[in-house]
Design a protein around this ligand. Structure first.
Ligand code: BTN
Length: 283
């Protein structure tokens, strides 16, 4: 039991969540119902199947537990029952493939705003998809483009978000013990998952509207404000190449602009970065 386990601990409940949705599109896919599973392999997998089955934009797939939750680069995502939020938004934006990072960044900004609103906790954004608090990872974003809708050929974008809500020490594998934490532990209070999802949907819709209205600068500025990446020395591994340098800015398509030791500007579009600690090590 974690220290906030109490009678008033809310669990995900679709009717409570939907009653709190203050969105126009997200969670309101015309003619299709949002889904809440007790257990599922991965909400991203389910949303991808719905996308090829012609489900329109807006549907949210949630699960209390995932048996094959996925992180970036094929890693597993810890998805213990009711210990986190595991959800995927099905979107149908008109985007070029190289703009995919923008949607990951937009989901990051929405997560910061929703967590602040519902838990009073300040989260930092580590490029490209990590949600960090107290130096540890508390969540992440997985953006994927599955196959096109079978009847219309429309492309889809699945934005999967995982947030650790209330993890007990015994649920954390030893190799992750020093690396991850959860909202309730850091916020010192119980967090209602229904309100958090409703807030996520509201803030994500706002950020997506900015992208759709050619106002990406506003979204990028919000990301910059909450970044714990810019201004830091980073190491990145992209395939067989390793790059070290100063994370200088974010590009117009969400890439990370790095100034290398030999003063070259390199833009990373994908891959994993580590931030340099005060002692010179990278984490
Ligand atoms: C990462 O940081 O590597 C991304 C983690 C994304 C996890 C979420 S949980 C809901 C959705 N379904 C999945 O299988 N993955 C994403």
């Amino acid at each position: 039991m974690n220290k906030f386990e109490a009678a008033n601990h809310e669990r995900l409940d679709l009717s409570v969540l939907e009653a709190n949705l203050k969105t126009r599109r997200l969670g309101k896919a015309p003619g299709w119902d949002n889904e809440l599973w007790d257990t599922i392999d991965s909400t991203n997998n389910r949303a991808s199947r719905l996308a090829t089955d012609n489900c329109p934009e807006g549907l949210i797939v949630l699960s209390r537990h995932q048996t094959a939750g996925r992180g970036r680069q094929g890693r597993f995502w810890l998805s213990e029952p009711d210990a986190g939020l595991y959800l995927s938004f099905l979107l149908r934006p008109e985007i070029a493939l190289d703009e995919l990072p923008l949607y990951t960044l937009a989901a990051g900004v929405a997560s910061v705003q929703a967590i602040w609103e519902c838990a009073g906790l300040e989260i930092g954004l580590k490029w490209v998809n990590d949600l960090i608090a107290g130096g540890k990872k508390i969540g992440g974003i997985l953006a994927e483009m599955p196959g096109r809708a079978s009847s219309t050929g429309m492309p889809a974008l699945i934005l999967g978000i995982g947030i650790n809500l209330r993890l007990e020490q015994r649920q954390i594998p030893p190799e992750l013990k020093n690396k991850i934490d959860c909202l309730e532990n850091l916020a010192g209070q119980a967090v209602d998952p229904n309100l958090l999802v409703a807030a996520l949907a509201k803030h994500l819709e706002t950020q997506l509207d900015l992208l759709a209205q050619n106002c990406r600068q506003q979204m990028l500025d919000s990301w910059r404000r909450h970044s714990i990446t810019l201004g830091k020395y980073i190491r990145a591994v992209a395939g067989s190449t390793e790059i070290e340098g100063l994370a200088q800015d974010i590009s117009q398509t969400g890439g990370l602009i790095v100034r290398t030791k030999d003063e070259r500007l390199v833009t990373l579009h994908a891959g994993e970065i580590s931030l340099r600690n005060a002692d010179g090590s990278y984490a």
